[in-house]
Design a protein around this ligand. Sequence first.
Ligand code: ZN
Length: 254
Amino acid sequence: MDKAIIGGTGVYDIGNSTSMEVDTIYGKAYVDIVNVDGEKIVFLARHGKGHSNPPHLINYRANMKALEQLGVKYVYATAAVGSCNENYSVGDVVVIKDFIDFTKSRPNTFYEGGETGVVHTDMSEPYCRNLISKFYDEAKKLSIDIKGEAVYCCTEGPRFETASEIRMYKSLGADVVGMTNVPEVVLSKELGMCYSAVGIITNFCTGIGGDIELHDIEGAMNKNKEAVTKAFINVFKGELNQNNCKCKDSRIRL
Ligand SMILES: [Zn+2]
């Protein structure tokens, strides 16, 4: 099984799924294996069973290590994000192109010296260009309206940001704000995986104005979440290799 989707809830109706517990040296992770037209795809609910772990306490290393142990090389993730860019409104879909890290207290590497050694990971392309390009192709076929490419600012949470913090993030180039993509994307690179994340806007950030038609939000969110997951699966039904990106060579060992 070399393909995985992280985050996607409500996608279990696409085929028979089997729940699995994976033991790693960082702890347990829980995944569902879904059979899509004979192709086995791993689904991992980022927040654990029953959405029980807050962003700063998610065991990201167990999650990503479990995927590696299952043989995963290609990962698509969905991310619920707040918008600090007036052009991206609630319900919109954006492709994450880069990140800014404001997390504070979470383990963010597999390499901690000793036996694991010292590794510096290249971040010139944190999100796999090949997976992004294939997502665009499939999104087009499904008429998904992608609003743009966004810089993701990751905060520690679980509290939301102050208006002053959002002004700062925005001035640094952030378009959307979330609490989970770091260290998830970083750990995937440390494992040589291809990783791409697609953001779905759930709200405007603190202090960012915008008219929201409340009755439309849930419908737009659900529709887009389903369509984005479908696009991921359609990419996974095709051929993938790691020759058109530099993900597998991101680790620089000293
Ligand atoms: Zn890649």
